[in-house]
Design a protein around this ligand. Structure first.
Ligand SMILES: [Fe+2]
Length: 250
């Protein structure tokens, strides 16, 4: 099914995607300019009008220098065409030693122009201080955004923990996981979190062009099971609220 046939994004506005690896040559996302531009074509077809680009900041694996990140962002700004989504620079911060150093220095790479930042944790290991640390972030006026909560083993079957966490951060589920492309357990968790009303927003987390067809199928599931208003809330209103510095009610 063509992407544009999948859903009707709001005609005057458009979707806001909080998580992607469109910036090329920095991590396991787009390897080159051509792929990045093809991804922007696909995101535009999906109805995205604002695209957050969130390269990994992960000590053990992908830690491109911020100079390189900014240079690549500037290059992609020059290459994109007017039909593409506008771009906003951010990062996907792994909850690791580098992150803790940046927390101490009040220098977490955030969504540009906001107090919101995207963070992930290792799937098998919930940091023991996480609930307390998220509370501290909120007290400091920050908006933590938790990437792909459906991957975290500690949340599988523990809605009490999920509620404790999401009281102080925004859960942002990967659309491809909702569509069933990240494994059965992750699909079940993603759909459960959505059905329980624990999810603030959804995102593509796109690493390559093919991920956008998968994301479209996740959107189609939400549209069918939860209704079109849920699509608008999760992929339009809530991401805008987050980028305006608010933790959306869920
Ligand atoms: Fe990601």
């Amino acid at each position: 099914m063509p992407l544009e046939a999948a859903l009707n994004p709001p005609s005057q506005v458009g979707f806001v995607d909080l998580h992607s690896h469109v910036l090329f040559g920095l991590d396991d996302g787009a390897p080159d300019e051509a792929t990045a531009l093809a991804m922007l074509d696909g995101l535009a077809a999906l109805g995205v009008t604002e695209q957050c680009v969130t390269p990994h900041q992960k000590a053990s694996q992908y830690l491109p220098s911020w100079d390189d990140v900014e240079a690549t962002f500037a290059a992609l700004q020059r290459l994109r065409n007017p039909r593409h989504p506008t771009l906003r620079l951010a990062a996907e911060n792994m909850w690791d030693d580098v992150f803790y150093q940046r927390v101490a220095a009040d220098a977490i790479p955030s969504y540009a122009g906001t107090n919101a930042f995207l963070v992930e944790i290792p799937p098998p290991l919930m940091p023991p201080t996480m609930v307390d640390q998220l509370f501290k972030f909120r007290m400091a006026g920050k908006v933590p955004v938790l990437a792909h909560p459906e991957r975290y083993h500690a949340l599988w079957g523990d809605d009490d923990l999920a509620r404790k966490l999401r009281n102080n951060c925004a859960f942002v589920v990967d659309l491809a996981a909702v569509g069933g492309f990240h494994g059965k357990r992750e699909m079940k968790a993603a759909r459960h979190l959505l059905e329980e009303g624990l999810v603030a927003a959804v995102a593509t987390d796109a690493h390559q062009v093919g991920d956008l067809q998968q994301a479209q199928q996740g959107l189609a599931w939400i549209d069918k099971k939860l209704g079109h208003a849920a699509v608008i809330r999760l992929f339009d209103h809530a991401p805008r609220a987050i980028l305006a510095g608010q933790l959306p009610d869920v």
